[in-house]
Ligand binder design. Structure first.
Ligand code: HEC
Ligand code: HEC
Length: 265
């Protein structure tokens, strides 16, 4: 039913089809037909809103929806029934079919709750400007707002270091300069450290090598390598890495202190 209606609207032989469609709607055959989008964009009114007040002007809702899409780095069909590239009039925005739309509704309630809580801060009454939590506060342009270190750590742990390196490079290619992921030096250091803590030493060292391609002069990175070698029980490699850390930065106090301890006669 759903598909045949979509085809009907897009079809060439549309006059007769439209009459058929109107007849079906008038006769009220099938609730699926009645639940269909009215074929009008923008719609005259809201049909199935549970969080947004029903009387909200439609264009305001559309603005809100654009913000959702931007915050998550997605387009309307991510949450709504419709095809990318299809006219919006053919979408069924009222229908609750996609998991993501239901999640988004929960998220809207969550954001309301967070802002209510933020608003109880004692200093809020005196403040002239408030920072409001929005979808973008957490999502920053991605649908699943996971930190890059967690994403890389999990990928390395479940799919291996090569997959993790590929994922890192692809994400960097796509998102560098955006707020979505932090491509600064500490990210892969921390991912490596967590991998080492999980006993995944080969993966940990692979992540440090990947990081070193971008930050070849980092003393901090060498300190991470040394500490991971210590966790692994390889004191000689740890000493060499701490020495490298000091060579790269003679003010690296942590590396100097560890070297003194490790080389004490
Ligand atoms: C992240 C998920 C998400 C994205 C992306 C999204 N929407 Fe929505 N949309 C929702 C949710 C959730 C509701 C229902 C809100 C409620 O229940 O109060 C909704 C409701 C609507 C409604 C009102 C439907 C009704 O019941 O009358 C319209 C119209 C709409 N969206 C249009 C759009 C458009 C246009 C886009 C793309 C620019 C878009 N949406 C992108 C989640 C999304
Ligand atoms: C406080 C942080 C936070 C805010 C604010 C937030 N989200 Fe989320 N959202 C998350 C987290 C965390 C997840 C991932 C949950 C998981 O997968 O375990 C998520 C997941 C989602 C998902 C599912 C993604 C997927 O692929 O499974 C949707 C859709 C979504 N959020 C929509 C929204 C919308 C729309 C808003 C604004 C109304 C919003 N979120 C605000 C933290 C947030």
């Amino acid at each position: 039913m759903r598909d045949s209606l979509a085809v009907t609207r897009g079809g060439r032989n549309s006059t007769r089809m439209k009459i058929t469609l109107v007849a079906i709607l008038l006769l009220g055959i099938g609730s699926a037909a009645r639940a269909q989008a009215p074929g009008k964009w923008p719609p005259d009114s809201l049909i199935n809103v549970k969080v947004i007040p029903k009387a909200t002007p439609v264009m305001q809702v559309v603005g809100m929806m654009r913000n959702f899409a931007g915050a998550l780095g997605v387009r309307c069909p991510y949450c709504h029934v419709g095809q990318e590239g299809q006219p919006l009039a053919q979408f069924d925005f009222a229908k609750d079919e996609k998991r993501t739309k239901l999640t988004a509704r929960q998220m809207m309630r969550m954001v309301e709750e967070i802002n209510r809580r933020v608003d109880t801060l004692p200093e809020h009454a005196q403040m002239t400007s408030h920072v409001e939590v929005t979808c973008n506060t957490c999502h920053r342009g991605v649908s699943r707002p996971m930190s890059l270190e967690q994403l890389i750590q999990e990928t390395a742990q479940t799919q291996g270091a090569d997959s993790a390196a590929r994922a890192y490079r692809a994400l960097r290619e796509r998102y560098y300069g955006r707020a979505a992921y932090d491509f600064g030096e500490p990210t892969l250091d921390v991912a490596a450290f967590r991998l080492a803590r999980a006993g995944k030493f080969a993966e940990a060292f692979a992540m440090l090598r990947l990081n070193e391609e971008q930050f070849p002069a980092s003393s901090n990175l060498a300190t991470f390598r040394a500490n991971i070698n210590l966790m692994k029980g390889d004191t000689a490699a740890a000493i060499a890495a701490f020495r490298e850390a000091v060579r790269r930065d003679s003010t690296n106090g942590e590396a100097q202190g560890r070297l003194r301890q490790l080389t004490r006669p």
